[in-house]
Design a binder for this molecule. Structure first.
Ligand code: COA
Length: 160
């Protein structure tokens, strides 16, 4: 039975929509599974309730397949996080979420979008590069990596 529902989850076409505070538990769980420093449910709830925060989700069946969040202040947005569930990666969900999100941010008045990405995160760098983001600066020793090695953050920008 679990296998059957697992297959349904894996095959379901993602449905993209705005995320609300009710998505906080699922977003916190996916964030924790995706990053070394996870966000608590409370932190996610606070962000989703913030009127400057814009968030989208991708549902695969009834389950959260991915999310993206940005903070928009006047005409400048910063992407705070994007993640796709491991089993759903490589299906274009990240690209679909980013495209929808950028369109929504533009509609809300954003002229510029910034984000930070680990220099070794090739999947994310490719996603952003294909979406027209370009490197504007680099923060050395920004992320704590494996075995005490730290890695740089690339600061990327795209004008809308
Ligand atoms: C980055 C992430 C959101 C991409 O989501 P996704 O749904 O797998 O991405 P897509 O299927 O839309 O693919 C987007 C691009 O990335 C490429 N890509 C996907 N996975 C990749 C991988 N493991 N290695 C290299 N490139 C990869 C795809 O080929 C595609 O590029 P293309 O259009 O030139 O073919 C996902 O890998 C993820 O959640 N990673 C963990 C969290 C994270 O690092 N978030 C980003 C923080 S800045």
């Amino acid at each position: 039975m679990i296998g059957f529902f697992g297959t349904l989850f894996a095959r379901a076409e993602p449905k993209l929509s705005e995320a609300t505070v009710r998505d906080a538990p699922a977003i916190a769980a996916l964030h924790a599974a995706s990053f070394r420093r996870g966000w608590s449910e409370q932190e996610v709830e606070t962000m989703l309730a913030d009127r400057h925060v814009v968030a989208h989700r991708a549902l695969c069946g009834a389950r959260l397949g991915g999310f993206i969040m940005a903070r928009l202040v006047i005409d400048e947005a910063e992407i705070l996080s994007v993640a796709v569930a491991r089993a759903q990666q490589g299906r274009g969900i990240g690209r679909q979420l980013l495209t929808l999100h950028l369109r929504r941010l533009a509609g809300l008045g954003a002229r510029t979008v910034f984000l930070e990405v680990d220099e070794h995160n090739s999947a994310a760098i490719r996603l952003y590069d294909r979406a027209g983001f370009r490197e504007v600066s680099r923060r050395a020793n920004y992320y704590a990596g494996e075995g005490g090695h730290s890695t740089a953050a690339l600061v990327l920008r795209r004008d809308l």
